[in-house]
Design a protein around this ligand. Structure first.
Ligand code: IFM
Length: 439
């Protein structure tokens, strides 16, 4: 296998809220996503994640799936509301135990844990106090990260501070698709700013505590391309790229917020305090890249119910493109030169995927997608991009946020009524690939 690292991390990825269920088990209190998903009209078909994959009770079984695949890495997230049910203060040992056992189970099997500290969910009590709009959230988040470093740092060597603030917070404050469900872009940029400062504070805490291992952040890194070569579509793509990529990636890498987009935002730009930019740019060990598709955008049409820069572009077509994956990795490498990269998510979403009558699931289109994207990954490594790992989203079908259970990404099909996991063709493909070491 082409890789610079002696032990390239080949894994799968999940997130706590999407797979665990058990919303009130062992001292856990309500999270922002518990509240939001129970609010009528927020989730397709009124689905909730109260059970989802029931991973909280079935994690042993899920470890066996990973063993069967032959992966040597597993990326998952910790549910803040299990560990610190009120967001701060007393640690709930029972909640922490769950993760300690899971991590031990992984290590026993030679599987490296990649731990995401925040993957969209946090205690409702903090949300009620303003969530990421409240600057106090920065300190609460850094304290929570500190608890995890202290309690799990003896066995975890890969930490991801935040997952996709450029999706969860834009959607939570600008689009209304995630909690808290606001549709005000001024709030969205402020929330993103606070989250980036929170990330930097967590990195500083990690260094101050002299923790062993690596820490980084995961960003959604789609490519944004003009739908046509008209000047106005090119401008739309430039703005979309700024909003979704550069606005966050530039300050994370010490370049500050990009001027072009700050000018475009005008009044919508966030309030920034002295010193924030230095905190945000605290050096990390890797950049986590989530890549799915190449987004083709055209000049926006005015959507009066959605004030703000969402009007700047309209996505007209989403293309599966390994070439854009490769180009994106090269570009990130060239523009930012992070120490290393980990591809923390890549995968194909399917609507209405079902089991055939014989109980199998032949997702040959997902096999194609994965094969071509792994080839692009290998091309990126060969061209000099220092990538240390690759995780497929997702281990198994799960709760896809506002789409509920209507979208499936898993290597394993989750039959929700029976909780059976069925290996799809893509799971068999990944297993063979990992065994043979070539495409
Ligand atoms: O399910 C999500 C995940 O939580 C974050 N990245 C994108 C995935 C697919 O939409």
């Amino acid at each position: 296998m082409q890789s610079k690292s002696p032990r390239f991390l080949w894994g799968t990825a999940t997130a706590a809220f999407q797979i665990e269920g058990a919303p009130a088990a062992d001292g856990k209190r309500e999270s922002n996503w518990d509240r939001f998903s129970h609010t009528p009209g927020k989730i397709t078909d009124g689905h909730t994640a109260d059970v989802t994959c029931d991973h909280y009770h079935r994690w042993h079984e899920d470890l066996k799936l990973m063993e069967w695949l032959g992966v040597n890495a597993y990326r998952f997230s910790i549910c803040w509301s299990r560990v610190l049910p009120r967001g701060k203060g007393r640690v709930n040992q029972a909640g922490l135990d769950f993760y300690q056992h899971l991590i031990d189970g992984l290590l026993d099997r030679g599987i490296t844990p990649l731990v995401t500290i925040w993957h969209g969910d946090h205690p409702q009590e903090l949300e009620s106090a303003g969530g990421w709009l409240n600057r106090d959230m920065i300190a609460h988040y850094a304290d929570y990260a500190g608890v995890l470093f202290e309690r799990l740092g003896d066995r975890v060597r890969h930490w991801i501070t935040l997952n996709e603030p450029n999706c969860f917070l834009y959607q939570g404050y600008g689009d209304g698709l995630c909690p808290p469900g606001h549709t005000d872009w001024k709030l969205a940029y402020q929330a993103v700013h606070h989250a980036l400062v929170g990330h930097g504070e967590a990195v500083r805490r990690f260094r101050d505590m002299r923790m062993p291992g690596d820490i980084g952040i995961t960003m959604s890194c789609m490519q944004w391309s003009p739908a046509t070569d008209s000047a106005k579509d090119q401008r739309a793509a430039e703005l979309a790229d700024h909003q979704n990529n550069l606005w966050l990636l530039d300050p994370l890498h010490g370049r500050g917020y990009p001027e072009l987009y700050r000018t475009f935002l005008g009044e919508l730009a966030p309030a920034v305090r002295d010193g924030d930019q230095d905190v945000i740019a605290s050096p990390t060990d890797f950049l986590g890249v989530n890549y799915y598709q190449n987004m083709h955008v055209a000049a926006g049409t005015l959507q009066p119910d959605r004030a703000g820069p969402i009007q700047a572009y309209t996505t007209v077509h989403k293309e599966n493109s390994p070439a854009a994956f490769l180009a994106g990795l090269k570009r990130l490498n060239q523009r930012y030169g992070p120490r290393t990269f980990i591809v923390t998510e890549n995968g194909l979403y399917k609507k209405d995927e079902t089991l055939a009558e014989d109980g199998t699931c032949d997702d040959h289109d997902r096999v194609d997608y994965l094969r071509t994207h792994v080839a692009a990954l290998q091309d990126a490594i060969a061209s000099g991009v220092d990538i240390r790992g690759y995780c497929i989203w997702s281990l198994m079908d799960n709760f896809e946020w506002s789409a509920g259970f209507t979208a499936r990404y898993g290597l394993f099909f989750t039959d929700y009524p029976t909780q059976k996991r069925v290996a799809k063709s893509s799971a068999r493909w990944y297993r063979d690939f990992l065994k043979e070491g070539r495409l």
